[in-house]
Write a protein that binds this ligand. Structure first.
Ligand code: PRP
Ligand code: URA
Length: 212
């Protein structure tokens, strides 16, 4: 994607298969949550592959040795409420020591602009790597606002991870936050007039939590 240099599409065959089942309108709420867990875990492995390491000295049962460990404070995942919550468990199953912040945002149905209602992250944001989580990157308004909130508190190393992205949202992230890599499992065609991703999977929050 040369015109979207911020984007990485993680299209491993297992991820593609699971995304197809996720999109299917017949997929139950229970299955939907399980798939979001599984896909998020697979994606997290790839999305963290360039985390910085540092050399540490340890003692094996046989001798002292210098080996590599992740550098700095604990990685922090930040789900955008509410649908981003669905991605947390899968990532914690891979990185159990990760910290979890929360950003509450909802998209106004008329303006499609994000409205924020909650923000809580661990201390020392400048010393952490963050992964902002939201299954859907549609207009990009929510993602851009969440990243801006983190930056205004001092966060400098931020990635964004979603399951389905629209080109419009990836472009908005590129314009607003060119320093933030975007990882998605699928890059879809376009948005419809209501700001839904096509072909998409519908309303991720409703499908995760069975609210429709
Ligand atoms: C959905 C989704 C994203 C946002 C994406 O959330 O989970 O947060 O829309 O759209 P955007 O890229 O155009 O901002 P929604 O506002 O429906 O809230 P919910 O998670 O509480 O259902
Ligand atoms: N939010 C969703 O949940 N789905 C979309 O397609 C767009 C925004």
């Amino acid at each position: 994607m040369s015109e979207l240099p911020n984007l990485t599409v993680l299209d491993h065959p297992l991820i593609q298969h699971k995304i197809t089942v996720l999109r299917d309108r017949e997929t139950s709420t229970k299955k939907f949550k399980e798939l979001v867990d599984e896909i998020s875990m697979l994606m997290a492995y790839e999305a963290t592959k360039d985390l910085a390491l540092e050399e540490v000295e340890i003692e094996t049962p046989l001798e002292r040795t210098r080996q590599m460990k992740l550098r700095g404070k604990k990685l922090t995942v930040v789900p955008i409420l509410r649908a981003g919550l669905g991605m947390v468990d899968g990532i914690l199953s891979l990185i159990p020591s990760a910290r979890v912040g929360h950003i509450g945002l909802y998209r106004d149905h008329d303006t499609l602009e994000p409205v924020d209602y909650y923000f809580k992250i661990p201390p020392d944001p400048e010393a952490r790597d963050f992964i902002v989580l939201d299954p859907m990157l549609a207009t990009g308004g929510s993602a851009a606002a969440a990243v801006q909130s983190l930056k205004s508190r001092g966060a400098a190393r931020i990635r964004f991870m979603c399951l389905v992205a629209a080109p419009e949202g990836v472009r908005r992230m590129l314009e607003a936050h060119p320093d933030v890599p975007v990882f998605t499992a699928a890059l879809d065609r376009q948005l419809n007039e209501q700001g839904y991703i096509l072909p998409g999977l519908g309303d991720a929050g409703d499908r995760l939590f069975g609210t429709r």
